[in-house]
Design a protein around this ligand. Sequence first.
Ligand code: SAH
Length: 220
Amino acid sequence: MSEHLEEARREMVERHLRARGIHDERVLEAMGRLERHQFVDGPMMNRAYEDRALPIGQGQTISQPWIVALMTEALQLVGDERVLEVGTGSGYQAALLSRLCAKVYTIERHSELLIRARRIFETLELDNIISRRGDGSIGWPAEAPFDRIIVTAGAPQVPEALVRQLAIGGRLVLPVGDRREQELKVIDRLSESAFRGRSAGSCAFVPLLGKEGWSPNQPG
Ligand code: SAH
C-alpha cells in the first residue's frame, strides 16, 4: 500500500505539477516528500494523489495539489520567513509551509478540523507550526507583521487587516471573487503605503467566512 502511494505521489509531482509549470525545486521536493494521504480520511487515501480537492469534513476541502503548488511557489520562500496561513483545514498546506520557511502561524475557525490537524503536526514533529482557532479574516495581530500571508479560502475582497499585517517587502497570496469562483491575487507590499498586485489565474475555494470575509449566516 505505501509503495503504491509513494509511486502515486511521484507521479503527482511530475505529471500534475512539474509538467504543468511548477519550477520551484524546493516546492516540488517538499510536495514529493509530504504524504498527502495522511491528511485525508481512510476512504479517500487512495485518491490522495489525484489532482483534485477532497472532502475533509465540516463541508470543507483539502485543496487540489496544483493550486497548493501554485500558491506556495508564488510565496517565493527561501527559508527564513514567518508565514501566516488563514484556513488550516486538513493541515496539509501548513505542513508544506513548515518545511519551506522558519515559522508557520495558522488559523482555523472549525475546532474539529484544527484538533485533527494538530494531531498530524505532532505525529510529523512539525514543531515550527503555531495554530489557533479563530477568525483569520482579521489576521493574527499579536504576531504581526508577517513576511508572507496565504489565505486558503475565497475572500469577497482583500481583507484590510491582512494588508496591515504584512511586513514591508512582504507578500500576500489569496483568492478573491464570488462564492463560486475567484482570482488568485499576489500582492506585494513595497513600502508603508505602496502595494503592487497581480493576478495568477482563476480558482475555486470554499468561502472565507468572518468579519472581513463572507457572512457565516448568508445562504449559498
Ligand atoms: N489549507 C487547507 C485548505 C482548507 S479549506 C488545507 O491544506 O487543507 C479552507 C479552510 O478555511 C476551511 O477549513 C475553513 O473552515 C477555513 N476558514 C474559512 N473561513 C475562515 C476564517 N475566517 N478563519 C479561519 N479559517 C477559515
